[in-house]
Structures are given as structure tokens and as C-alpha cells.
Design a protein around this ligand. Sequence first.
Ligand code: LLP
Length: 412
Amino acid sequence: MFHYSGNDLYCEQVPLADLARHAGTPAYVYSRQTILDNYRAYDQAFGDLPHAVCYAVKANSSLAVLALLAQAGAGFDIVSGGELFRVLRAGGDPSRVVFSGVGKTADEVEYALSSGIHSFNCESEAELALVDAMAARRGVKAGFSIRVNPDVDAATHPYISTGLNRHKFGIPMAEASAVYERARRLPHVAAEGVSCHIGSQMLDPSPILEAVDRVLSLAAQLRAQGDPIRHVDLGGGLGVAYQASERTPAIGPFVESLAARLRSSGLKVMVEPGRSIAGPAGVLLTRVLYRKKNGHKEFVVVDAAMNDLIRPALYRAHHDILPVRRNALPPVTADLVGPVCETGDFLARDREMANAMPGDFLAVATAGAYGFVQSSNYNSRPRAPEILVEGAQYRVIRRRETYEDLVRGETV
Ligand code: LLP
């Protein structure tokens, strides 16, 4: 939904130059249609196979985005009490919420139980014991899945690969069935499913398919042992194109290949996609402040920085840089840098890009997931607003922070 018409970059039917002038920069801009299309691509490709698409809230947790997905029928994958609060505030259905994460606190477990979430994806036996004890206090029975670690290599960035035994996540596959067996003696938890998530930004989905086979064979074994396993949760992880030239698996065919493996199992399938729903739906708009040269090196200094989008600094992630209005100048090879006082503060390095001049706007592409949510107030920079485009309209779904916001809750 981001496209050029003439020389102008649009989000749906809104020219981004107009939006940038009215809303100011830096600003995150999301296409409502793209978010919905991506969610529906998952939902529809499963067809009549019993399924739940539990959007991974961590990717983009803005209330308006969550509300949009809730209205479209999505479930949610949360990893904290704060994410549950957001889902509920956005009108999400708690009975469609799964709670993942290695470090759930007693308070978070209590909050999740009192809200009536669907189930816990437990990552250790100690956590399972805590859920049992907290459920006992409330006199309820909590559904759980063990997040198993299928020991397959997701072949992605080491910081976002999670499925190997040396990672902190899950319980090793070989130990899982003994854990389910011991769990049968815990009166306030019920084995609902088996879950896994092996990594993120996977451009080749074959490791996910390999993990599915392992998870399915464990589920079959558990059912044979008498556990009433009803679902498998395959996590998220499908990659998106951060460079226009990159080939990524389309959602529909990927889901169809999952569905083909699952159809005969009689199990419901859950997935927890985040990036592939929200990532391509957003850009970060920024304005060129200065051009400068240090020796032979060109710098384009913009008003967005690593505090707004940390992915390039943290993962050396590539995001395409698009001119909001194309000009006739030859491209330039430069570093796109922000005002933060760190050498690591760059949005692109040694990149051939549009020869943008002070006052021009640029769009940092594919910033809808893990963008705003990982932003901070570092260097006491107020966080950017978020704007949702719908057709020819747009609305500010989170206003720009003020200096007062920066000190809220502090005392001298
Ligand atoms: N389920 C679980 C249990 C997860 O840990 C994650 C992501 C997801 C689902 C969603 O995965 P996705 O479909 O978005 O790939 N900050 C990093 C990404 C960290 C992903 C962490 N877990 C980045 O900016 O690339």
C-alpha cells in the first residue's frame, strides 16, 4: 500500500509529503489496509482447518492496531502483563489470548488468570508449577502448552533465532513428554497443546516445517499417553522483504504448506505472526536536517535516530530508504544518520540513496514491526507519533510526546 504516483510516495491514497508537513517528523505511518490484508492472508489460507491467528503483540502494540485486528477476529500472543492490558484496552477477546515468555511473574500469571486467557505457553517446569499454584488459589484450571525447543536452526540473525538447545527458550524436545507426564499430577493445569517458536525474520520457511513435523509427532505421542492435546502452536517467524530486491515467502502458500501437514492430525493450529502482519504496513517518516562531508564520506543527517528505530544499530538491519518526493538528482552514497550522540546512530550505512536535500522527507521502509515498540527516550528525545492511514484519511493514533511527557512520574 506504499507506492509512487508520479514522483510522490503514497500510503494508500495519502501523499506522504502532505502527511509529513501536517504531522511533523519523525513519525510512524501505518496502512490499515496492509495490516488487514496480511492478517486475512493467514486467516483465509487456513481455510476450514480449525485455526487461530494470534497476532504477536510485541511487533506493534498500538491500541488502534490491536483494535483493528481484534475486530477482524484475531487472537493475540502476549509476553507480558502490559501487553495483556493493551489487548483488553483495545477490545481484544481474552479467551483468544496465549501467554508466551520465559519469565512470567506471579503478578502476571494472576492477571492472566483473572482475565480468563486461553492458555499459557510454559517455558519451564517451575513456571508450570507456579501457574498450577496460582490457579489453585482462584479455584480454576489453567490450560497450558509446553513450549518445546525443537532444536532446529532458524538460520536467521543470532539475536532472533530461538530454536536451538543453547537458547534460553522452551524445554528440550527430549524432555517434554516427561514434563507433560509430571504435569498430570498438577490438579489445576490441563495440557491443551504443544507450542514452539524457532526464530524470527525467516526467509526460508523450511525450518518451520521441520519443527512442525517434530511438534506433531510429540503431540501424537502425548495423545497416545492420554493427554487431551487439542492444538499445536507454531509461533511466528515468517520474514518480510526489507529490501525491494529480497524474495520472501508469501503468507498464503506458506500457510497452505503448514495446513497440508496438519490436516490429518485432527488438531487445531495456532500461529503467532507479528512481523509479517505489521512490518510491511509501516514506514518511519523523517526530514533531512543537514548534508555534510567528513573527508570523502557523505552524511545525510535526519531528524529520526536510533531511539526511534533501533533495528539498524542493534541488528545491522537493512531498511530501504525511499524519497518521499523523487527528484532529478543522481543518487548519492552516504550514511543516513540521526542526532543521537553515538557512532551507532545510523539508519543506513554506505547506502546508495536518493540525493535528498535539507527539508526533503525520506521514508524508512518496512518499519511497521519492531519499530515504534523498540523506541526509547534516549537523549531525552520525545517519541514519535503514530499515524494510521485509511484510504484518503489518516488519524493520529498516538500523539507525539512532549517535554512534559519526558519527565512524567519523576521527582527532583
Ligand atoms: N511468538 C513468540 C513466542 C515470539 O518470541 C515472537 C518473536 C513471535 C511469536 C513473533 O515473531 P515474528 O512473526 O514477528 O517473527 N526485535 C526483533 C524481533 C524479535 C522477535 C522476538 N520474538 C527485530 O526487530 O527483528
